[in-house]
Design a protein around this ligand. Structure first.
Ligand SMILES: [Zn+2]
Ligand SMILES: [Zn+2]
Length: 180
């Protein structure tokens, strides 16, 4: 698969050939036709952002490691899914990806507020995200079905849906980054 990655802050993104991941356990491989571009992606590319007191807060001080594939506003279709996840989703389902993934054990995660995780594993920030043709989602729990393969019923447009997991959740997003 190809991914446009930030190798170093403030340098042009590099299109790299990476091995397409194979989902294991509850992981799901999503084929990505659309990924939004968010102002947070610019901060990631800048290597940080200005904090409340005017000081520059470095992304690497907050656990970001480069190179990373940006893109946390992702919608697509399920390309591969393990047997254990097939009761809820099927290959071809159109999905919106919830990117604010936590590590699962901190106090915030334990009460279901993974977006406030102490050690976040957010897609497109701490782990590879959507500026690619395929993204590995750590669990089907982070998927919202928005349509089926045959485009029947009330399918949301994938390009329009991509931004919802961020722009429609602006409040929690901003708490996570502690920007505003
Ligand atoms: Zn965003
Ligand atoms: Zn956590």
């Amino acid at each position: 698969m190809k991914a446009a990655r930030i190798v170093k802050p403030k340098e042009s993104l590099q299109v790299q050939d990476l091995e397409t991941p194979k989902p294991k356990g509850s992981q799901v491989l999503v084929k990505v036709p659309a990924s939004g571009v968010c102002h947070s992606d610019i901060h990631l590319w800048d290597g940080g952002y200005e904090g409340p007191g005017g000081q520059f807060l470095k992304t690497t001080d907050r656990g970001v490691k480069y190179p990373v594939t940006p893109g946390h506003e992702v919608a697509g279709s399920i390309e591969a899914i393990s047997e254990e996840s097939q009761s809820l989703f099927a290959k071809g389902d159109k999905v919106l990806v919830y990117p604010w993934v936590g590590e699962g054990t901190c106090p915030a995660c334990r009460i279901g507020e993974e977006n406030l995780c102490d050690k976040p594993r957010s897609l497109g920030i701490y782990v590879d995200g959507g500026y690619t043709d395929h993204v590995l989602v750590p669990s089907y729990r982070y998927l919202v079905k928005i349509g089926n393969e045959d485009d029947e019923g009330d399918n949301l447009d994938i390009n329009e849906a991509a931004t919802l997991s961020c722009s429609a959740l602006t409040h929690s997003n901003h708490i996570q980054y502690k920007e505003c």
